[in-house]
Design a protein around this ligand. Structure first.
Ligand SMILES: C[S@@+](CC[C@H](N)C(=O)[O-])C[C@H]1O[C@@H](n2cnc3c(N)ncnc32)[C@H](O)[C@@H]1O
Length: 272
């Protein structure tokens, strides 16, 4: 697919965004993933921050900030100001509470918003990060144009996301697979094209496939525990999540990762 071509997705864009937000703000997501919802966790976030050479003078934007863990980690480690934009109002509330508890709420704030229509002025940020979320945006070209718009000239983007080689196997398609960042994972060169067509210059592409394999293995282990807790009424599932389906999906994803059909990568780019 060309980077500027609208995807044929089979679901309404609004349905994808709402389902994604509902699943990731749920107790079961926290049970399965902790508070950092991407492969490599806070360690990979810190690494991304060091690649971006973040410092106390920088204004950073975290797009699709989830529970706020990455924004808090970057502020803690580098002393930068971070604004997290997130589609889910509940996640914004949870992240705001986490920032307050961390004592870093003077540096870290969160706001509701859509990555494809950021409620922010042009040229406001020294760095933008977006971890494990770009692949879930239905209109990636528009989201990439938004990254470009809100960056200052000379500002940098740090993107980390799922990558694929070849076609998506049928067992890894569907709404749940989309939410799990699998069904619309892009080949590395497509990510590069989206960023380049938005006006950014790509400086670095780095594979971190082992982080994805480790995350999927951990989720597979925890899914058994989640099923037990649901049966005991100690964990509530969002309506769009079926644990048996999730187990089948995780098994298929694990096989696809072993076959090197899926991986995880960091891309750095800058705005001239
Ligand atoms: C896999 S989670 C990643 C969260 C966070 N970046 C992290 O690494 O912990 C994907 C997040 O993207 C958010 N999201 C999905 N579509 C979005 C959109 N169009 N605009 C803003 N956030 C969105 C979801 O609500 C969810 O919190």
């Amino acid at each position: 697919m060309d980077a500027d071509q609208k995807p044929e997705i089979g679901f309404e864009a609004a349905e994808i965004k709402a389902c994604c937000a509902t699943v990731y703000q749920s107790d079961v997501a926290r049970f399965l993933l902790g508070t950092s919802f991407h492969p490599g966790g806070t360690q990979l976030t810190e690494y991304l921050g060091s690649l971006l050479h973040l410092g106390a003078q920088h204004q950073v934007l975290d797009i699709a900030s989830g529970q706020g863990q990455s924004a808090i980690t970057l502020a803690q480690r580098f002393g930068c100001h971070v604004l997290g934009i997130e589609y889910s109002a509940d996640a914004v509330q949870q992240a705001t509470e986490a920032a307050r508890k961390s004592g870093l709420d003077h540096l870290v704030t969160f706001q509701e918003g859509d990555a494809e229509a950021l409620p922010l002025a042009d040229n406001g940020f020294d760095a933008v990060i977006c971890e494990c979320a770009f692949c879930t945006f239905p209109d990636k070209a528009t989201a990439a144009a938004e990254f470009f718009r809100v960056l200052k000239p000379g500002g940098q983007l740090g993107l980390s996301d799922l990558t694929r080689v070849g076609a998506i196997p049928p067992e890894l398609q569907g709404l749940l697979a989309w939410i799990a960042c699998i069904a619309d994972a892009q080949p590395l060169d497509a990510y590069t094209r989206y960023l380049t067509q938005a006006g950014l210059t790509v400086d670095l592409v780095e594979a971190h496939d082992e982080a994805l394999q480790a995350m999927v293995q951990e989720i597979r282990g925890k899914l058994l525990g989640a099923e037990l807790l649901v049966r005991l009424n100690k964990l509530t599932l969002p309506p769009s999540l079926d644990l048996e389906q999730a187990r089948t999906l995780a098994r298929a994803a694990s096989t696809a990762i072993e076959l090197r059909q899926f991986g995880y990568a960091i891309l750095l780019a800058h705005k001239l």
